[in-house]
Write a protein that binds this ligand. Structure first.
Ligand SMILES: [Cu+2]
Length: 175
């Protein structure tokens, strides 16, 4: 009887070990696929949307808003849906239109990125408006900018851009 119980216990412990091993394997494959998925989405974001020639204008004393500009291009087509920066309380997309002698800025909810087309953000046109700057923007420094982009299926991805602060657009911007 004693022997039987012992055998029973040893069988259950073997089953237990096997189940644990299987669970561990399952966990390991989940972690692995999560890592792979992370890599894939990063790679997709990197290859589909590119941001170049980013810059922001230095601010003058007492100025609490600033403009940030860049070229953005999506290979497959996407929509720029959100902007944020640690340098400002909020960041809005603005369009600029001439109204007689006055330039008017209007907030855009989103910015469409047609497939393969470079969309320019510039002081005279569409731009990113940094509102309630946490500190003045000084030439030679840079600020982080996070862009959220949605693809045609609505999948969102974020891009981190380092925006140098400079008095004029980088050369490639004017092309
Ligand atoms: Cu503006």
């Amino acid at each position: 009887m004693q022997k039987l119980i012992c055998r029973f216990i040893s069988i259950t412990s073997t089953v237990d070990k096997r189940m644990k091993a299987r669970a561990q394997l399952k966990l390991r494959s989940t972690v692995l696929s999560a890592a792979l998925f992370g890599l894939t989405s990063l790679a997709l974001a990197a290859e589909d949307v590119t941001v170049t020639a980013a810059w922001a204008r230095p601010t003058v004393r007492g100025q609490s808003v600033g403009g940030a500009y860049f070229d953005i291009r999506s290979e497959r087509g996407a929509t720029l849906t959100d902007l944020r920066s640690d340098a400002a309380a909020s960041v809005q997309l603005h369009s600029m239109t001439r109204d007689g002698d006055i330039m008017r800025m209007r907030e855009l909810a989103t910015l469409p990125l047609p497939p393969g087309e470079v969309v320019h953000l510039a002081p005279s046109g569409t731009h990113a408006m940094l509102l309630d700057l946490r500190q003045p923007l000084r030439a030679g420094e840079s600020i982080p900018l996070e862009l959220t982009v949605a693809d045609a299926q609505g999948r969102r991805r974020t891009l981190q851009v380092i925006v140098p602060i400079r008095t004029a657009a980088p050369v490639e911007h004017s092309r």
